[in-house]
Design a protein around this ligand. Structure first.
Ligand code: F6P
Length: 328
C-alpha cells in the first residue's frame, strides 16, 4: 500500500448513469474502511475548477445505493479543456490536500483525467459509468444493465398497444455511436428488426424483413433503431419511408430518450459498482494510476485509460445472428 495517499477525491462526470451513486458509496466506504480521508467533488471537472468539495464519510452515503442519477451531480465542462482550467483545478486539489482522484464517467471524462494525469503527474483511476457500454476494457459499464431493463420494460408496453392496433413501431434508443443497447434490448424485447451503426442493414433489406414479417402472419412489429444508426434516415424519416413503400403498415414512432438514463440501478449494476469502487481505491493505494477498473469473465480488471479511450468495443456478432433467427 502507498502510504503517500491520505486523501482521495471522487467525482462523476459526463452523462449520468444508474449505478454512479453505488460507485460513489463504494469509494467512500472503502476509504473509511482503510482510514483514508475522502472528498466528493460536485459537478465533475467544473466543481474541481471551482473548488466545490465536500468531505464524505461512511454515513454520508447512507441510502444512495438504490438511487438513480448522481448525488455529486454531473457536468460536461468546457473550461477543463483549456490548460488554464486544468491549472486552476490542480491548485484547488493541492489547496484541499487531495492526493488522488477517482473519476466515474465515460470516455470524455477519461480523456480529461488522462491529460490531467500527464500534465501534473496526479494519480487517477477511472470507473466506467455510461449506459452506452462503449468503453474498451470492460464487458459492462455501470448503468448498461439498468438501461437495458428500462428499455425492455418500455418496449413491452409499446408492444401491448402495437399489438392491439396491428401497428408497426419504430423505437429509437440511446447508445451514441454504438448499438449495444439496441441489440441487447432488441433481443430481450423480441424486436422484429434491429438497426445498429455496426451493421448497416440497408433500406431495401428493412423493407424485405417487414414484408416477410407480414407474410409470416405477424400483425404488429417493433423495429429498434439505435440513435447512431447509419441508414441515413432518422426514425421519423424511416416511418415516412416505410409508409410510402409498404402502405399496408400503420406506423408510429417512439423516441425513448433520457428516461433510459434514469431509475434505480439493477442489482447487477449495484454489485458491479461496489466491486469497482473497492478496486479503484485499492489500486490507488497500491501506487497505481492512469488505469480504468473494468470487468471481464466476472473478474475485476485494470486497463490503461489510454487503451480504454482509444480501443473499440466489438458488437456481439453471435447476438446479431440470434436476433435474426428469433425474428423468423
Ligand atoms: O453517453 C450517454 C448518452 O445518454 C448517450 O446515449 C446519448 O447520445 C447522450 O448521452 C445524450 O447526451 P445529453 O445528456 O447531453 O443529451
Amino acid at each position: 500500500m502507498n502510504s503517500n495517499i491520505k486523501k482521495i477525491a471522487v467525482f462523476t462526470s459526463g452523462g449520468d448513469s444508474p449505478g454512479m451513486n453505488a460507485a460513489i458509496r463504494s469509494v467512500v466506504r472503502t476509504c473509511a474502511y482503510l482510514k483514508i480521508d475522502c472528498v466528493g467533488i460536485y459537478r465533475g471537472f467544473q466543481g474541481m475548477i471551482e473548488g466545490d468539495f465536500k468531505p464524505m464519510d461512511a454515513r454520508s452515503v447512507n441510502n444512495i445505493i438504490n438511487k438513480g442519477g448522481t448525488v455529486l451531480k454531473s457536468a460536461r465542462c468546457e473550461d477543463f479543456r483549456t490548460p488554464e482550467g486544468r491549472k486552476k483545478a490542480h491548485e484547488q486539489l493541492l489547496a484541499e490536500k487531495i492526493d488522488a482522484l477517482v473519476v466515474i464517467g465515460g470516455d470524455g471524462s477519461f480523456t480529461g483525467a488522462m491529460i490531467f494525469n500527464k500534465e501534473f503527474d496526479f494519480p487517477v483511476i477511472g470507473i466506467p459509468g455510461t449506459i452506452d457500454n462503449d468503453i474498451f476494457g470492460t464487458t459492462f459499464t455501470l448503468g448498461f444493465d439498468t438501461a437495458l431493463n428500462t428499455v425492455v420494460e418500455a418496449i413491452d408496453k409499446i408492444r401491448d398497444t402495437a399489438s392491439s392496433h396491428n401497428r408497426l413501431f419504430f423505437v429509437e434508443v440511446m447508445g451514441r455511436d454504438v448499438g449495444h443497447i439496441a441489440l441487447n434490448a432488441g433481443v430481450g424485447a423480441g424486436a422484429e428488426v434491429i438497426l445498429i451503426p455496426e451493421e448497416n442493414l440497408g433500406l431495401e433489406r428493412l423493407l424485405d424483413s417487414l414484408k416477410r414479417s407480414k407474410k409470416s402472419g405477424k400483425s404488429s412489429s417493433i423495429v429498434i433503431v439505435a440513435e447512431g444508426d447509419k441508414s441515413g434516415k432518422n426514425v421519423f424519416e424511416l416511418k415516412e419511408y416505410v409508409e410510402e413503400h409498404l402502405p399496408i403498415y400503420d406506423v408510429r414512432v417512439s423516441v425513448l430518450g433520457h428516461m433510459q438514463r434514469g431509475g434505480s440501478p439493477s442489482c447487477y449494476d449495484r454489485v458491479l459498482a461496489s466491486r469497482m469502487g473497492v478496486k479503484a481505491v485499492e489500486a490507488l493505494l497500491d501506487g497505481k494510476s492512469n488505469l480504468m477498473v473494468g470487468i471481464a469473465d466476472n473478474t475485476i480488471t485494470l486497463t490503461p485509460i489510454e487503451q480504454a479511450i482509444k480501443g473499440h468495443t466489438k458488437i456481439d456478432k453471435e447476438l446479431i445472428r440470434v436476433s435474426e433467427i428469433m425474428s423468423t
